[in-house]
Design a binder for this molecule. Structure first.
Ligand code: MN3
Length: 212
């Protein structure tokens, strides 16, 4: 997993809300300041709180102060909220107000090997993200068996996941991510997202993932 990026989301034994890596208005018009602040300060914060509550409940089940009959439901809560925390932590760093252009170096080579060309990757990622049913995510990740990059979708924060997939680029397509600005135009939001991808940051995550 992408430890350097995700380490911002944990401190002193608890999940914590990492600060945004840019000012709230810097991603306009992709994401309005209003949307960005609500998304980070309310939605992401709620997933952090939910992950901590579920982790605490599991500790109490482990020490016997909470009944084991709550274990299954608590694990479901942890999967949802921790999934949301992880994906949002990656999401903030998937975007940049000053994108560095198409990927370079080993990441560029891996994209060409996996998808045929950078343009083919962009078309595939956009279509998959646009096609996620309901609330979910578009994902570019390293598939651990073949060591190739794949594009996939995630429903909610935890469903239809490929086990072991290491995400290096994620696009939030829950309506809360774009609706205030784009209304029902998810396609327009994704097109603009593709222009704001933090490719140097994605390349760092790719390099970390390859060595794991
Ligand atoms: Mn979200």
């Amino acid at each position: 997993m992408n430890t350097i990026c995700l380490s911002h989301g944990y401190a002193d034994g608890h999940y914590v809300l990492p600060p945004l890596p840019y000012d709230e208005s810097e991603l306009e018009p992709l994401v309005s300041a209003e949307t960005l602040l609500l998304h980070h300060d309310k939605h992401h914060a709620a997933y952090v709180a939910g992950a901590n509550a579920a982790a605490d409940a599991l500790r109490r089940i482990n020490n016997g102060s909470l009944g084991a009959e709550y274990a299954s439901a608590t694990v479901q809560q942890l999967m949802f909220h921790l999934g949301g925390h992880i994906l949002h932590t990656l999401y903030w760093r998937s975007m940049s107000p000053h994108p560095s252009g198409p990927p370079q170096g080993t990441l560029a080579t891996a994209i060409e090997t996996s998808f045929g060309s950078f343009d083919a990757f962009c078309r595939l990622f956009s279509r998959v993200a646009e096609g996620v049913q309901g609330s979910g995510w578009g994902v570019l990740g390293l598939e651990p068996v073949s060591k190739r990059l794949i594009v996939t979708g995630i429903c909610k924060h935890q469903d239809v996941m490929i086990p072991g997939l290491c995400p290096i680029l994620v696009c939030d397509v829950w309506e809360h991510a774009y609706y205030l600005t784009w209304q029902n135009n998810r396609k327009g939001y994704i097109e603009k997202f593709m222009q704001h991808i933090n490719w140097s940051g994605v390349a760092e995550l790719f390099e970390q993932s390859v060595v794991l």
